[in-house]
Design a protein. Sequence first.
Length: 222
Amino acid sequence: MKKIIFTLVLLSSLISNAQVSKGVWFFDANGGARFGGKVSEFSTLKTGLHLDGGVGYMINNIFGIKFDAGYDTYKTTRISDENIDRSYSIRGTVEGLVSISELFKFGIDEFDLTFYAGYGFTTHVNPSVRESDELAGTVWDDNTVKGNDDYVNIPIGLTPRYNINEQLSINLNYAVLLLPIQDNYVDKAFDRSRATDLGIIHNVSVGIQYRIPSSVSKSMFR
């Protein structure tokens, strides 16, 4: 019984605290690096470029939701002859946000720390493989984006944020992305066998966030 009462008090406290600031739309843009990837034994994989951007809505000062789009590049070098192959992935993800700094009341107005996790879809494009398949008259039988390796992405990350003012912040973002049902290695030009291990990449980036105050948001979306 005591545990139930404690849980109810905690939830009511969070809800009451969450009413302080609500209805805030925001936009993010980040750039940085991609680390890791599902590469075969025949190749080495370089660190790649990472870009992402998104639009989100803070339901209150603790919880929010965001739609995020990301882009990652891959450069593989075949060990036997040092041939290079390039590919890239594009993803869309819906993320749930929790402001850790607000939840645990760090008490620093200029600093925010946000935890997020989500679920989305990635399509991996290898231009050289597509070109060779088209020349060979290959008929792609995949059910999603024809000729691409399409798979789920599950991001889990942290975003420390320095608030310049009420509307503008600088982001430092880290995310690990789990990539279930990724069928191919990123060096598909060198190895077309099916990969069975779980794909994982890491993104580290910096960027900005711009927030639309709740009063402006209400007038815009009436």
